[in-house]
Ligand binder design. Structure first.
Ligand SMILES: *[C@@H]1O[C@H](CO)[C@@H](O)[C@H](O)[C@H]1NC(C)=O
Ligand SMILES: *[C@@H]1O[C@H](CO)[C@@H](O)[C@H](O)[C@H]1NC(C)=O
Ligand SMILES: *[C@@H]1O[C@H](CO)[C@@H](O)[C@H](O)[C@H]1NC(C)=O
Ligand SMILES: *[C@@H]1O[C@H](CO)[C@@H](O)[C@H](O)[C@H]1NC(C)=O
Length: 482
């Protein structure tokens, strides 16, 4: 079935060994019969497969039964060689215990609707808008941008590369909801109190046998907020950050974060912000990719966002908003004004689906969730700072940045119609080529539904585990020892 309890894993679908014996006996006894039999089997099999393929590709995918038939094929989830990963059993005040206080986890928003469904948030009805595949499990959610840590946790708990035996583990996951914790104490003026949970975490870790083995070099945390929220220094301004990522122990770990510090974050790895699509099956992914590939895109470019008063790194936004509102080729979905729809997932995706290019200007920080919304919508991202993506997501986005994005230096963006001119200058063939690269990136920047196993493609968490395994393997030189 689709959903798998963490344990047991494999034995469910493996054949009892006596069956194999019976088969081999039959084989030696009556070869002739067997040939007949297997020809017949082969034919039936091919026949069945053809029908399934026809059902798959020529019938509208609204028939739930078709999908169920295909995915019901017994298949135990297997680990692809990443890990094994061990999950620390932390006291719940470091993770799910924080959720009891969900209305106070973020000074701007009530997080209660966002932390449900393992952090996916509220399901979105997609009857009018998106995929044609209807299933029992919804695949579109109004996911909060700073909630990746919860989804990663849930995914790993259900991951085939998980081990319950720390002595077998290559990598160790510390399931700390650091982002939720961080935003819950932004307003705490007493630094000792603001840092206390981070300090407690480190105290716990350093007492652990498995920490001591490699000084934490094989440990990692995943944070749903930007690294800046965990890097308070004595000299710098105090905007509410704690000191988690500056603590010597944590510097030995790998830190997955939606925005790394490009200058001081050598142990930090950028992971995509979660967007809204969390499929359980490959067919849903393929259907979505097909749909947006075929979509007419009437707008040359679009911008979803608002201005940022007095923020130097977001100055280009003023220019973007101005140029976009003056251009007939640009669709502007401005945030901040009353009744703005810029936070409604399906409105955002719709605007991006209708655009060939999506402007991604730095805002409160360098990165934006919007970058991943635009990739999901097959819209080519346009960056104005190298730190919005290029110095961030090396595990997820191609090194050759021209293949999937456009870079406009801030100083080249200013002046009447400048952005439009740059984008109009890119040939249709080039646009098509880039869009194809973008569409093919969707699976790896997607967080699949945590209850799904063996979806048939590698998502954010699979890629992270694979890369962490290499990284840790190289660091601790224990390849092959587990
Ligand atoms: C995953 O499955 C479990 C058990 O069937 C269920 O309790 C849980 O709500 C599901 N999680 C999500 C996010 O749907
Ligand atoms: C901050 O909190 C700690 C722990 O409760 C306390 O010992 C300390 O006196 C407080 N510091 C200030 C400046 O209030
Ligand atoms: C970090 O790792 C290095 C090298 O393994 C080790 O010498 C150092 O003591 C570790 N630091 C902490 C705080 O564990
Ligand atoms: C358009 O492209 C040409 C050749 O690729 C380049 O020389 C020119 O500077 C471009 N113009 C703009 C406005 O980007």
């Amino acid at each position: 079935m689709l959903f798998r309890k963490p344990f047991p894993t494999s034995s469910l679908y493996s054949l009892p060994s006596t069956n194999t014996n019976t088969i081999s006996q039959t084989l030696s006894k009556s070869k002739h019969n067997l040939i007949h039999y297997s020809t017949f089997t082969l034919f039936s099999f091919l026949f069945l497969i053809s029908w399934l393929l026809i059902l798959f590709f020529y019938l509208p995918t609204t028939t739930t039964t078709t999908i169920t038939t295909v995915t019901d094929t017994p298949k135990a989830a297997t680990c692809d060689g990443s890990g094994p990963v061990y999950i620390y059993n932390l006291h719940q005040r470091f993770n799910i215990g924080l959720l009891k206080n969900c209305e106070n986890l973020n000074i701007y928003t009530n997080m209660c609707p966002h932390v449900v469904n393992n952090g996916l948030g509220q399901p979105i009805s997609t009857t009018t808008t998106t995929t044609s595949a209807t299933t029992a499990t919804p695949s579109w959610f109004a996911t909060h941008q700073f909630i990746a840590e919860m989804i990663i946790h849930a995914r790993l708990e259900n991951h085939p590369c998980r081990t319950w035996d720390p002595s077998r583990a290559l990598i160790f996951y510390v399931p700390f909801y650091g982002g939720l914790y961080s935003s819950s104490v932004f307003g705490e003026t007493n630094h000792t109190l603001r840092d206390s949970l981070a300090v407690d975490l480190v105290e716990f870790l350093e007492s652990q046998e498995w920490w001591k083995r490699n000084n934490g070099e094989d440990h990692f945390v995943a944070l749903g907020r930007t690294a800046w929220d965990f890097m308070r220094t004595k000299e710098g301004p105090d905007f509410g950050a704690n000191v988690l990522l500056n603590m010597p122990h944590v510097l030995n770990m790998s830190v997955l974060t939606v925005e790394r510090n490009p200058w001081k974050g050598s142990n930090q790895i950028g992971v995509p912000y979660p967007s809204y699509f969390h499929p359980t099956m490959l067919i849903q992914m393929v259907a979505w990719q097909k749909r947006i590939r075929e979509f007419e895109r009437p707008h040359l470019f679009s911008f979803v966002g608002g201005k940022r008063k007095g923020l130097e790194k977001a100055k280009v936004r003023d220019e973007i908003v101005k140029q976009c509102s003056e251009s007939s080729e640009c669709m502007l979905l401005q945030c901040g004004s009353g009744g703005s729809k810029c936070h409604e997932p399906m409105v955002v995706i719709e605007v991006m689906k209708n655009s060939r290019f999506c402007l991604q200007a730095p805002g409160d920080s360098f990165t934006r969730r919007s970058t991943f919304d635009s990739i999901l919508a097959g819209c080519i991202p346009v960056f104005f700072s190298p730190h919005t993506a290029y110095t961030q997501y090396s595990w997820y986005l191609p090194q050759d940045t021209h293949t999937y994005s456009v870079f406009i230096h801030e100083k080249d963006a200013c002046g009447k119609n400048k952005i439009e001119q740059v984008l109009l200058n890119i040939s249709n063939e080039e646009v098509k080529r880039m869009r194809e690269v973008v569409i093919n990136l969707i699976p790896r920047i997607t967080y699949v539904h945590p209850n799904a196993s063996d979806v048939g493609f590698k998502d954010v968490v699979d890629v992270a585990l694979q890369r962490l395994s290499h990284l840790v393997g190289a660091k601790v030189k224990r390849f092959g020892s587990v």
